[in-house]
Design a protein around this ligand. Structure first.
Ligand SMILES: C[S@@+](CC[C@H](N)C(=O)[O-])C[C@H]1O[C@@H](n2cnc3c(N)ncnc32)[C@H](O)[C@@H]1O
Length: 168
């Protein structure tokens, strides 16, 4: 399995002095530096993401999916919000850095192959993932199909010119 993220940015991987693999300006998410980079994204984006989702959803007992979960901060937050009867699934092609409680079901999975859990979900969140995927339109259709009636699909991507980074 190869991440689309890596494939798109891999032309000539090189080893930095620290031993970290650097992919032509991007960093493999499996490395320590990749984990650090995911941490910065959480610091920057978790507050607006949780504010937005918390306003409309993530209630006790709801079923949630976090796609491209990274270090797992949003899956953890969803697990706390929906406990004790909710169900949270986290999916990422790389699980080196994911840190979630045992109640969160984790799939190490390439979403180019489809969803490992078809739901239905009351909340589907995916942040900074779709932009990297060539087949994002097909995946988007699958995500919509996996929504429960009245469910929320929350997609966070950077846009240009800059607008609210967590709505789309
Ligand atoms: C830019 S990071 C964003 C992480 C997290 N969503 C966040 O915003 O903090 C993109 C994440 O998507 C994962 N990813 C990239 N390609 C993937 C694929 N084809 N299938 C599943 N996960 C993938 C990466 O491993 C990484 O954790």
């Amino acid at each position: 399995m190869t991440t689309e993220l890596h494939r798109q940015q891999t032309s000539a991987p090189t080893k930095a002095a620290s031993g970290t693999t650097v992919y032509a300006g991007a960093i493999s998410s499996s490395t320590d530096l990749g984990g650090q980079q995911l941490g910065y994204l959480e610091e920057l984006l978790d507050q607006p993401t949780t504010r937005f989702i918390g306003d409309v959803a993530a209630r006790e007992g709801q079923r949630c999916l976090d796609l491209g979960a990274g270090r797992g901060s949003i899956a953890r937050w969803l697990a706390g919000r929906t406990a004790p009867t909710g169900r949270v699934t986290a999916v990422d092609i790389e699980d080196t850095h994911i840190d979630v409680p045992p109640a969160v079901r984790v799939y190490r999975h390439d979403v180019n192959e489809g969803l490992p859990d078809k739901g239905p979900f009351d909340v589907i969140h995916t942040r900074l993932l779709l932009v990297h995927l060539k087949r994002r339109r097909e995946l988007l259709a699958q995500l919509i199909d996996a929504l429960a009636p009245g469910g929320w699909l929350v997609i966070g991507e950077f846009t240009h010119p800059r607008t609210d980074p967590v709505t789309g």
